[in-house]
Write a protein that binds this ligand. Sequence first.
Ligand code: ADP
Ligand code: MG
Length: 232
Amino acid sequence: MSALPFADTPYLVARRVSRVVCVGGRQMVVLQPTSLSVKRGEFVAVTGPSGSGKSTLLNLLSGLDRPTSGRVLVNGKDLWAANDSSLAQLRNAEFGFMFQIPHVLRSRSVRDNLSLPIRYARLAAVDAAMKRVDELLDYVGLTSFADRSPATLSGGELQRVAFARALVLDPAIIFADEPTAALDDVNSHLLLSLLADQAASGKVVLMATHDPFARAFAQREVRMHKVTDALA
Ligand code: ADP
Ligand code: MG
């Protein structure tokens, strides 16, 4: 086997992360202790039936939610040891997000939607970043849609807007939670090929999916199982 072109040290590590929530005064395990290790250039699918904890795991790994126990290391740094502002900074700089339903601002053009992360990040090199917006529009095949309102786009086109926006700040990792669940086969294929392309270029792609078609694009899977005994 040829050597990986990317650093061999894991970029994202989870050590026995779990999540217990309180529902109606009772403790409920929504994620059993789960460990994984992902290197740059890997496309990993988090699979399993609905309710098996895929979204919970992604939320813990991406800093949207705090684990009840266990640790998350990003590039060797403990995600949850950071204070709120450095966590926000890390997430802005290193993480890109996609969800099942693309969250876009319908009152802004497609290009403005892609530019928003640049404005929030208060980058020094704004011109270079804006150039990247146009390159990304081209990359996802939406150059001719740049000035349109997202309200006039199809679901597949909107998901590519969300994908391009996730890439604007050049993240090291893309978290995608069921990104193809609302797409037809043609649009799923297009998006999954783009995600695979990002992994091939050295990013980490971590995608939750219950769809075997989507799973087939990933190099490997982390399989989740439904928590049967939910009482902690
Ligand atoms: P998946 O993404 O695999 O469908 P989730 O991670 O969304 O699964 O959820 C796993 C289980 O935990 C589900 O049964 C869900 O209802 C439950 N769950 C997740 N978060 C909470 C919460 N904050 N409060 C109560 N139940 C939750
Ligand atoms: Mg989910």
